[in-house]
Design a protein around this ligand. Structure first.
Ligand SMILES: NC(=O)c1ccc[n+]([C@@H]2O[C@H](COP(=O)([O-])OP(=O)(O)OC[C@H]3O[C@@H](n4cnc5c(N)ncnc54)[C@H](O)[C@@H]3O)[C@@H](O)[C@H]2O)c1
Length: 77
């Protein structure tokens, strides 16, 4: 039953990750032990929304347009 309490961590890409909803999603995923690649072009959100995650080893921020085709190459496998 221990496996159910601690499912394996995943690598997750969160687009719009510095916005209101995305930053809370990043919080939750990092808190649950997952690796998070946060993508945001900062059109509307703010880095301060994710500033507290900056030093987390499992969190990475990338300023990038989520609609760019080359983003596919950055997607965690
Ligand atoms: N305190 C509160 O209750 C509160 C605060 C803010 C917003 N809201 C609500 O939350 C909802 C909006 O939240 P949200 O998180 O969807 O919007 P948001 O505007 O907070 O975040 C959207 C994010 O997506 C990014 N973005 C947009 N297009 C992009 C692109 N092409 N590539 C990369 N990044 C891109 C923006 O830079 C921004 O950081 C609304 O309903 C709003 O009323 C509530």
């Amino acid at each position: 039953m221990q496996g159910l309490k601690h499912p394996p961590s995943k690598r997750v890409m969160v687009t719009r990750g510095a916005g209101f909803l995305g930053s809370h999603l990043c919080d939750r995923l990092v808190g649950d032990g997952h690796e998070v690649l946060c993508i945001d072009k900062l059109f509307a959100g703010a880095k301060r929304n994710i500033a507290h995650l900056r030093d987390a080893p499992s969190f990475e921020f990338l300023s990038h347009d989520r609609l760019d085709e080359d983003l596919i190459g950055l997607a965690p496998l």
